[in-house]
Design a protein around this ligand. Structure first.
Ligand code: ADP
Ligand code: ADP
Length: 232
């Protein structure tokens, strides 16, 4: 489903080159919840931005469902971003729009007609458990509810992959568990492939099937969560 082959990402800065992702090869299967863990600066954000085409690799190949990401034209990239969607630590909601308007936004951009949009928004609101909050603004929601809006919006155009960028790092432990439970439900119900980056071991141990451990741009360990984190 997702295949990274010898991916290198370098940034050129005033003081020279920074290698953020160093010769990383990984494969992620359809329908799995795959975690990438590491300390700050390990290269996790760079890796996830490479997966959705926000960054281009300096070298190597990235394939998502048979598409070579670095070869997409800007028109193809727009379609691709609907298929590989993302949720964020700080939710990135539109603050002047209601819950239902936030969720409808990617559908509007995709040109879905109004009636179909309302139908789809209804389904999504039910899926993430936000019934009754449709007319609320983000500032009136709890952190967990904001992330539910983020998830519904990310699912609006029926993506093939959901990328989660520290999606629970701004939430308290109880809310974190509720959002992780929702991700598991979505993974099971929709068979959706989920790739998440986190610095929290708990997140990996609670929901991931497999994990890659990153350090200084390198994947230093990779495999089933129970094998990678087993106690000696
Ligand atoms: P993480 O998400 O694990 O914290 P990042 O991918 O953000 O890691 O960063 C990996 C390395 O790349 C760090 O040394 C960081 O300073 C550097 N880096 C990230 N983005 C940029 C950028 N746009 N320009 C220059 N250096 C960057
Ligand atoms: P981030 O932490 O990544 O900046 P936020 O969720 O805080 O993300 O903000 C997302 C967007 O909403 C940003 O463009 C920000 O400027 C805007 N924003 C954040 N908080 C408010 C607010 N209280 N009122 C209006 N706009 C806001």
């Amino acid at each position: 489903m997702i295949q990274l082959s010898k991916v290198l990402k370098e940034y050129t800065t005033k003081t020279g080159k920074v290698v953020a992702v160093d010769n990383v090869s990984l494969s992620i299967q359809q329908g799995e919840i795959y975690g990438i863990i590491g300390y700050s600066g390990a290269g996790k954000s760079s890796l996830i931005r490479l997966l959705n085409g926000l960054e281009r690799p300096t070298d190597g190949q990235i394939q998502v469902n048979g598409r070579e990401v670095s070869k997409l034209s800007s028109k193809e990239m727009r379609g691709f971003r609907q298929k590989v969607s993302m949720i964020f630590q700080h939710f990135n909601l539109l603050w002047s729009r209601t819950v239902e308007e936030n969720i409808a936004f990617p559908l509007e951009i995709a040109g879905v007609p109004k009636e179909q949009r309302s139908e789809r928004v209804k389904e999504l609101v039910a899926l993430v458990g936000l019934e009754g909050r449709e007319k609320a603004y983000p500032s009136q929601l709890s952190g967990g509810q904001k992330q539910r809006v983020g998830i519904a919006r990310a699912l609006a155009n029926r993506p093939e992959v959901l990328l989660c960028d520290e999606a629970t790092s701004a939430l308290d432990p109880e809310t974190t568990d509720q959002i992780l439970d929702l991700l598991v439900t979505i993974n099971k119900q929709l068979g959706l492939t989920i790739v998440l980056i986190t610095h929290e071991m708990h997140v990996i141990q609670k929901i991931c099937h497999r994990v890659a451990v990153m350090e200084n741009g390198l994947v230093v360990e990779e495999g089933q969560v129970i094998d990678v984190f087993k106690n000696p």
